[in-house]
Design a protein around this ligand. Structure first.
Ligand code: 5GP
Ligand code: ZN
Length: 112
């Protein structure tokens, strides 16, 4: 298995887990860009956002809702940002779909 995040799901690489259910895993980012910065991923390997299929609609909704709930639990009620980088031009470096959740600092726009 050569996917970093699949290896985290399998427990082969340690991560600071925030949340887990049958479909999703959430863990703190190893290089936080804000006081709160964690990732929410599907346990099933999906390489990138452009690989989602019609059948993944419920999973995508579950991912979005879970990210929002965890942001609240992490003290981000004043505001937060969700980011999904897709492929090279989108700045994706790990080829397993993931939602960044960033909060507890002022975030700016446009992103770099
Ligand atoms: P991307 O650039 O693909 O959108 O984001 C990948 C994220 O994964 C980066 O924010 C990076 O810090 C994080 N990351 C990379 N390797 C690891 C790791 O081994 N453990 C954790 N917890 N995060 C990682
Ligand atoms: Zn994977």
């Amino acid at each position: 298995m050569d996917c970093l995040f699949c290896r985290i799901v399998a427990g082969e690489i340690a991560a600071r887990t925030l949340y887990e259910d049958d479909q999703l895993l959430a863990f703190h980012d190893i290089g936080p860009q804000a006081p709160v910065h964690f990732l929410v991923i599907p346990k099933r390997h999906i390489a990138s956002l452009d690989r989602l299929t019609e059948a993944d609609r419920p999973l995508a909704g579950h991912l979005l809702y879970t990210a929002q709930r965890l942001a609240m639990e992490q003290g981000c009620a004043e505001g937060f940002r969700l980011v999904m980088n897709c492929n090279d031009l989108g700045g994706q470096t790990v080829q397993h779909i993931h939602m960044h959740v960033l909060g507890q600092r002022q975030l700016h726009w446009p992103p770099g």
